[in-house]
Write a protein that binds this ligand. Structure first.
Ligand SMILES: C[S@@+](CC[C@H](N)C(=O)[O-])C[C@H]1O[C@@H](n2cnc3c(N)ncnc32)[C@H](O)[C@@H]1O
Ligand SMILES: *[C@@H]1O[C@H](CO)[C@@H](O)[C@H](O)[C@H]1NC(C)=O
Length: 279
C-alpha cells in the first residue's frame, strides 16, 4: 500500500510514500540496532578496525542501514555522536569526520531493486559479504528473486542474519552461508545477479583482495548475468596486483542516478553504484 496524500498531509515526501516494506525494513534495522554497538563493528573484525585508524582523515564507522541522516542528527543532539572532530585541541575549529558505512542504506536498496535491476522472477541472487543481511532482506521485500544467498566470512554476523531471517519468516527464499566466497565457485557460477558492496577493501589485505577478485572474475561467468558493485570495478581493482581484462569479462550498463531529485544529499552514494553485464 502506498500512502500518497499530499493535499491532506503536506510535509515530508518520504513519509508519505513509505510503504509496508519500508516499515518492515525499518523494524529490522531497529532490531539490529538493539543488539549491536553504535559503531556496528565487532571485536572479531581486527583488520577493519585497524584500517580505519590508518585513514588520512579521522573516520568513524556509521552503518547507513541502521542510522539514517535523521537518526544521526538526533544522536548528535543527544551528544552520543559527532559529525565533526576538533582540529586543534581546545579550540573551536572543527572539520567534518569521515563516515564509513559497511551496509547499504534503505534508499540505496530501493534504488538497486527498483531502478538498477530488472524483474528478478525466477532468478538467483548472491550477495558477497552479506554482513547484516540488508541486500537479502531488501531483495526479499522489493524483488521477486526466487533465491537470495548471502555469503559471509564473519560467523557472528551469520548468526545475526539467521535470527532476523527466522524472526521475519524469510527462510523460504533467503539462505546465509558462513564461508569465504573463494570456496563458493558453483554458487557464483549459477548466480543471475551478484552483488558486491565494498566487500574486500576493508576486510582483506592486498594479497588476499587480489586473490579474491581473481576468483570472482573466474567464477562470475554466466553469460548475461548481472554484477552490481560499489565502487566501480575499475576503482576496486586499481592498485591491486591482478590481471583481469575487464573489457573481455563485462560490459558496464549506464544508470540513471536522477530518480530521487528531492534527495540531493544521497546522490553521491547512489553514484558509487555500478551495474555490469557478463559477456
Ligand atoms: C561492506 S560489507 C557489505 C555488507 C552488505 N553486502 C551490504 O551491502 O549491506 C562487506 C562484508 O564482506 C565480508 N567479507 C569480506 N571478505 C569476504 C570473503 N572473502 N568472503 C565472504 N565474506 C567476506 C566482511 O566480513 C563484511 O561483513
Ligand atoms: C595477508 O594475509 C594473509 C592471511 O592472513 C597472510 O598470510 C599474509 O602474510 C598477508 N600478506 C600481507 C602482505 O600482509
Amino acid at each position: 500500500v502506498v500512502y500518497f496524500l499530499p493535499f491532506f498531509f503536506p510535509g515530508d515526501f518520504d513519509e508519505l510514500t513509505q510503504d509496508n516494506n519500508d516499515i518492515l525494513l525499518k523494524t529490522i534495522a531497529e532490531d539490529l540496532r538493539n543488539c549491536l554497538p553504535l559503531e556496528t563493528m565487532l571485536s572479531s573484525e581486527h583488520l577493519a578496525l585497524q584500517k580505519i585508524q590508518q585513514q588520512p582523515e579521522p573516520t568513524v564507522h556509521v552503518d547507513a542501514f541502521l542510522y539514517d541522516e535523521d537518526f544521526i542528527d538526533s544522536l548528535c543532539e543527544q551528544g552520543k555522536m559527532s559529525r565533526n572532530y576538533c582540529m586543534v585541541c581546545g579550540s573551536h575549529q572543527t572539520a567534518p569526520l569521515g563516515f564509513i558505512s559497511h551496509s547499504f542504506s534503505l534508499l540505496e536498496l530501493k534504488f538497486i531493486y527498483h531502478h538498477v535491476l530488472p524483474d528478478l522472477s525466477g532468478k538467483v541472487l548472491v550477495d558477497v559479504g552479506s554482513r547484516l543481511g540488508t541486500v537479502l532482506y531488501g531483495g526479499y521485500l522489493y524483488s521477486s528473486a526466487s533465491q537470495l544467498f548471502g555469503v559471509e566470512l564473519n560467523g557472528d554476523f551469520c548468526q545475526l542474519q539467521d535470527v532476523i531471517i527466522k524472526k521475519y519468516q524469510f527462510t523460504d527464499r533467503i539462505k546465509v552461508l558462513h564461508a569465504d566466497i573463494c570456496t563458493q565457485g558453483s554458487l557464483l557460477q549459477n548466480a543471475d545477479v551478484t552483488v558486491m558492496n565494498n566487500v574486500f577493501e576493508y576486510f582483506l589485505n592486498e594479497t588476499e583482495q587480489a586473490r579474491a577478485w581473481d576468483y570472482i572474475s573466474h567464477n562470475v561467468r554466466k553469460q548475461g548475468s548481472l554484477l552490481v558493485t560499489v565502487p566501480s570495478l575499475e576503482d576496486s581493482l586499481s592498485g591491486l596486483q591482478v590481471n583481469i581484462q575487464l573489457s573481455s569479462w563485462v560490459e558496464e550498463i549506464p544508470l540513471n542516478y536522477d530518480v530521487y531529485p528531492e534527495k540531493d544529499i544521497d546522490r553521491e552514494a547512489l553514484e558509487q553504484i555500478h551495474l555490469y553485464q557478463v559477456l
